[in-house]
Ligand binder design. Structure first.
Ligand code: PGA
Ligand code: ZN
Length: 473
């Protein structure tokens, strides 16, 4: 074999690198491990006959979209119903049986086999957790056999763009027990020359924010994603605190560090109390054409505003856009409120990134409907919402070819598996959100990106402001 530089290797087709290495699947193993919230999750290992192998662990959400692929849990008493032994058995039994002997590089074929074997729309029979763990472990084993890092194996010779990190430094909503309605307040360090410099600025601002909070006598305990979770009177107060922290850390709000929100508005929809109970539950049928009758209403309970219409929330976002360097709003309205989403996109879509998370659930078919209806202008990418590598890549490709930005994302329940860092580089996603720069489940992804940036040496570029075409600074 001709000696080649690491960059030459990136450009070389995988099948010509180690032709002597057998790449058929020999064994697939799975086990139950714990995630960052102390809940069980599944970890899968795929061993190839030549000795290469890959391991992947599956994350888990708290504010989930209704059309996400199903995470199979055991029920019963064990781990309060959250065990995943059934998913583990499915991997070790049926799935391993079907995939044994398969060429591990046939990712698309393998993912299709997994979906067919499951046989349901939502991957509910075998469990999307069992299927995703397998899909990822196979990809990692194949990359290992090819002698390539995962971002090269899944990517192309131009997979050299490091994403802008969206650092969730203040937590609310379903991720914290405080009074803040908006789920995530994120720092977006876009005005830097490298990922490492951008991350450093974000980290310095995170530590400064802690000092600012302390100085005001506010709590500095953290939520599920490592961001601070103080009780605040309004959502604007959180935005003010972030701007203050950016300035105090010595950075320029907007030009160097901008802001992003995940409202997770599904969680703001309250049904009418039943039997005297104040039940918090998302609406149950699609709104708009052929869907739920009557408008969806929202509560910003933390600031005492209830019964808000989509128009009220859109007006609120407009006020925030006028007052703060805010360049991205995720799930600004509920997934069922399609009429509201259309209005939101028509009214604000030319000046701010509008990210569909629960709205699209990383599902190419659901995304296609949304694109046809003119909803949002960016896709949040969560592998476990759809359940295979192939379908995730398909959703990203569909987004990109329709001018939608892509934001690769963790879940609120995570492990130290850092696959999403490689995915973001492989696909030139431009953006990644993976929590605060604290707690190993979050920083494992940022640390992986630091390693990739180093590995790519001079070839690496930082996505920076170019990742936000609608942002006018
Ligand atoms: P989840 O939150 O992982 O709890 O769904 C993340 C998000 O809403 O983006
Ligand atoms: Zn979200």
């Amino acid at each position: 074999m001709v000696m080649s530089s690491p960059l030459d290797e990136v450009a070389t087709p995988t099948w010509s690198i180690r032709p002597e290495q057998p790449i058929d699947i020999d064994q697939i193993h799975a086990r139950e491990i714990l995630d960052s919230r102390g809940n069980p999750t599944i970890e899968v290992e795929c061993f190839l006959s030549g000795g290469a192998w890959g391991r992947a662990a599956v994350p888990s959400g708290a504010s989930t979209g209704k059309r996400e692929a199903l995470e199979l849990r055991d029920g019963g008493k064990r781990y309060q119903g959250k065990g995943v032994t059934r998913a583990v058995e499915h991997v070790k039994g049926e799935i391993a049986g079907v995939l044994r002997g398969q060429d591990a590089r046939d990712q698309m074929l393998i993912d299709r086999r997994l979906a067919e074997l499951d046989g349901t729309e939502t991957k509910s029979r075998l469990g999307a957790n069992a299927i995703l763990g397998t899909s990822l472990a196979v990809a990692k084993a194949a990359a290992c056999a090819a002698g390539l890092p995962l971002y090269s194996y899944l990517g192309s010779p131009v997979s050299t763009v490091l994403p802008v990190p969206l650092l969730n430094v203040l937590n609310g909503g379903a991720h914290a027990d405080n009074t803040v309605d908006v789920q995530e307040f994120m720092l977006v360090p876009l005005g830097f020359r490298s990922f490492g410099e951008a991350l450093r600025a974000g980290v310095e601002t995170y530590h400064t924010l802690k000092k600012v909070l302390r100085g005001r006598g506010l709590g500095t305990g953290v939520g599920d994603e490592g961001g601070f979770a103080p009780d605040l009177a309004t959502n604007r107060e959180a935005l003010d605190l972030l701007v203050e922290a950016i300035e105090e850390a010595g950075y320029e709000p907007g030009r160097e560090i901008a802001l992003a929100l995940d409202v997770a508005a599904n969680e703001l929809v309250f049904e009418k109390p039943k039997k005297g109970k104040n039940l918090k539950r998302p609406v149950s049928a699609p709104a708009g054409v052929g869907g739920r009758r009557g408008p969806v209403t929202y509560d910003l309970a933390g600031e005492g505003r209830t019964g808000l219409s989509a128009a009220d929330l859109i007006a609120t976002y407009r006020d925030w856009l006028d007052a703060y360097p805010l360049l991205s709003i995720e799930d600004g309205l509920a997934e069922d409120d399609r009429d509201g989403w259309k209005a939101l996109t028509d009214e604000l879509g030319d000046r701010v990134q509008l990210v569909g998370d629960d709205l699209f659930v990383t599902n190419p078919e659901i995304l296609a409907e949304g694109i046809a209806d003119g909803l949002a202008n960016a896709l949040l990418v969560k592998l476990n919402q759809i359940g295979t590598v192939t379908e995730t890549l398909a959703a990203m490709e569909l987004a990109r070819s329709n001018g939608y930005a892509t934001v690769v994302s963790h879940r609120s329940g995570e492990t130290n598996d850092s696959t999403i860092a490689d995915l973001a580089v492989a696909t030139r996603a431009g953006q990644i959100k993976t929590g605060a720069p604290a707690r190993s489940d979050r920083v494992s992804k940022y640390n992986r990106l630091l390693r990739i940036e180093e590995e790519l040496e001079g070839a690496a570029t930082y996505a920076g402001a170019a990742a936000f075409p609608r942002w006018k600074g």
